[in-house]
Ligand binder design. Structure first.
Ligand SMILES: C[S@@+](CC[C@H](N)C(=O)[O-])C[C@H]1O[C@@H](n2cnc3c(N)ncnc32)[C@H](O)[C@@H]1O
Length: 246
């Protein structure tokens, strides 16, 4: 179903809250959502790490596009001295993951609803410098067509936000079963200059998930014998200079 609405500027906050309520109340989990729609462009203030975690000083692993959350649930069980955050744009999935997490009493894991391209930057500013140690972006996009390029999650701005919060030696792990999408991600990361990988040549490409836990999509792709393209990047010491409008 396609829903088109135009709301006068001064009512947009109220309207967005009403739309959000209707969306949460009546929508089942949709296959894809358009991150560029007005609804998903509204910035959300995500809870600070001190609110999310009892041991808020632990290193953080962010999984972008956490979907059903099984990957992080398994990792959180295996690594009690890390904090894990799953970020997902489909809110019903986040509620589902939070239910599973609470049942398992995993206090080092939280799932948050947001469009990472809109709301992650502010949340990262609240972290201690260097606390963000790992980011995984796994099979992130259903947007294969060129005309949908703008909907893809890994954009230069997002990468800058991650690079700003991450100290030297932090990791970004990416994987996809679509070569064009994978190449688009490696291109964005290589271009940024903040992560080493380019100079490692083929060594940056790895043949299995380095965290020894597979994601849902990874299991699906392996069962279907699809090729999986993976790469690990390490944060270098290049400083991120914020662009200031003079
Ligand atoms: C194909 S699924 C892969 C899920 C999981 N990482 C896996 O490997 O099984 C991609 C997920 O990313 C989420 N996603 C896409 N764009 C996003 C965005 N801008 N912010 C947050 N989540 C996003 C989608 O809703 C979807 O659940």
């Amino acid at each position: 179903m396609v829903c088109v609405y135009t709301i006068p500027e001064k009512f947009s906050w109220v309207a967005n809250i009403i739309i959000r309520f209707i969306y949460i109340r009546f929508h089942s989990v949709r296959q894809h959502v358009n991150p560029l729609s007005q609804f998903f462009q509204l910035p959300l203030s995500l809870p600070s790490k001190n609110v999310l975690f009892r041991k808020s000083q632990y290193p953080i692993h962010l999984d972008i596009g956490s979907a059903k959350g099984e990957f992080l649930i398994e990792l959180a069980k295996k690594c009690p001295d890390w904090n894990f955050v799953g970020l997902e744009i489909r809110e019903p999935l986040v509620s589902l993951c939070e239910k599973k997490r609470k049942k398992l009493e995993l206090n080092n894991l939280k799932f948050l609803f947001c469009n990472v391209n809109v709301s992650l930057d502010e949340w990262l500013l609240d972290l201690d410098y260097g606390q963000l140690k790992r980011v995984s972006i796994q099979f992130p996009d259903p947007w294969f067509k060129r005309k949908h390029f703008k909907r893809r999650v890994l954009k230069t701005n997002l990468l800058h936000s991650i690079a700003k919060a991450m100290s030297k030696d932090g990791e970004i792990f990416i994987q996809s079963d679509i070569l064009k999408l994978f190449e688009s991600m490696t291109h964005t990361i290589d271009e940024s200059g903040f992560f080493n990988g380019k100079d490692l040549g083929d060594l940056r490409f790895i043949d299995k998930n380095p965290y020894n836990v597979k994601t849902d999509r990874e299991i699906f792709s392996l069962k279907k014998n699809l090729p999986i393209y993976r790469a690990m990047y390490i944060r270098n010491s290049l400083l991120v200079v914020d662009q200031v409008n003079l």
